[in-house]
Ligand binder design. Structure first.
Ligand SMILES: Nc1nc2c(ncn2[C@@H]2O[C@H](COP(=O)(O)OP(=O)(O)OP(=O)(O)O)[C@@H](O)[C@H]2O)c(=O)[nH]1
Ligand SMILES: [Mg+2]
Ligand SMILES: [Zn+2]
Length: 303
């Protein structure tokens, strides 16, 4: 029997099946060692084959089908192992805040590069619009300008006032969408706004000011209707780059990618070469200095 993984915790997962509904499964021993480069061999969104035990009503996962794509994070820069946040997603929403807690550009850029590399389109959502001060609105508009210029869609939203929620619900229809971002930015709150019966746990207002407070502790797939899925995920602290070659990094910045053919040297690193189309675009303010800075920082990671 086959099914779709909608929740994972360690070696346990919840698998949605046509035949018997949601079945609690354990991971067959063999699978636990199969893919040692990842800390979780089975991820939310995976299609799996299971053996169902009708006596206990539980099952075991015996095979993970090939993934169409997946989103990974790496806990530290040095760590070789990856954690698969979700598999087989159509699009990804990166939830960001301009205060309490502010999302760093370097974090956004790493997330975007990784998503580009795995072929997952990203929309950026600036949440908590209702509580932005005039100064924060200014910061948010700068953020919007930078990422719109880079080719991303950036949208303001409020989980509390529900501004923008109806449009979002419509856009999600028929797709599987991932909601990611730092802890406390309002991922669970946004999903609750989309459907209050999800009843996801949200952090306390007072906790939002504490760094590193993680309210959601495991990924979970929820359904807005039979063919529309959303995935709530735990907050990501840091985001390392995995499986991206140094020479390929510039390809994953869309506004760099479109200009690479105009660099004089085919092996241009866009750091110091003459007649570099990226540096020229930077000088012409067609590429944001913040984005170029992120590129420089990421290039340093390879040293
Ligand atoms: N004012 C305001 N507060 C919000 C909004 N969205 C979320 N919050 C608050 O921000 C806090 C964190 O929200 P969560 O939904 O728990 O954040 P999260 O991103 O799921 O956090 P983790 O599960 O820890 O990764 C809660 O106190 C929410 O009530 C919003 O649009 N406006
Ligand atoms: Mg949460
Ligand atoms: Zn160049």
């Amino acid at each position: 029997m086959t099914g779709k993984v909608i929740e994972t915790r360690g070696y346990h997962s919840l698998v949605k099946t046509k035949e018997y509904g949601d079945i609690s499964c354990i991971l067959q021993g063999k699978l636990r060692q199969k893919d040692i480069s990842s800390t979780n061999p089975v991820a939310v969104g995976d299609y799996v084959e299971i053996i169902y035990d009708s006596k206990t009503g539980s099952g075991s996962v015996i095979k993970v089908m090939e993934r169409r794509n997946y989103v990974v994070r790496q806990s530290t820069k040095l760590s070789k192992s990856i954690h698969i946040i979700a598999a087989n997603v159509d699009c990804s929403y990166l939830i960001v805040n301009v205060s309490n807690p502010v999302t760093l550009f370097s974090f956004i850029d790493r997330f975007l590069v990784s998503s580009e590399a795995f072929g997952v389109p990203v929309t950026i959502i600036i949440n908590k619009k209702d509580i932005l001060t005039p100064k924060e609105i200014e910061d948010a508009l700068i953020l919007k300008y930078i990422y719109s210029q880079a080719g991303y869609e950036v949208r303001f939203l409020s989980a509390h006032t529900k501004e923008g929620i109806d449009e979002l619900r419509e856009e999600l229809n028929g797709k599987t969408s991932l909601f990611s971002g730092n802890s406390g930015v309002g991922k669970s709150a946004l999903l609750n706004a989309l459907n209050p019966s999800f009843n996801l746990k949200e952090g306390n207002i007072s906790d939002t000011y504490q760094k590193g407070k993680h309210t959601t502790t495991f990924s979970k797939m929820l359904f807005l209707n039979d063919y529309t899925a959303v995935i709530d995920t735990p907050g990501i602290k840091a985001f390392g780059l995995t499986a991206i070659k140094k020479e390929e990094l510039a390809m994953f910045f869309p506004e760099f990618r479109s200009r690479l053919k105009d660099c004089r040297f085919a092996n241009c690193t866009h750091l110091h070469e003459p007649h570099c189309a990226v540096i020229k675009a930077l000088e012409n303010e067609e590429i944001a200095p913040e984005r170029y800075d992120s590129y420089l920082k990421m290039m340093e990671d390879y040293l």
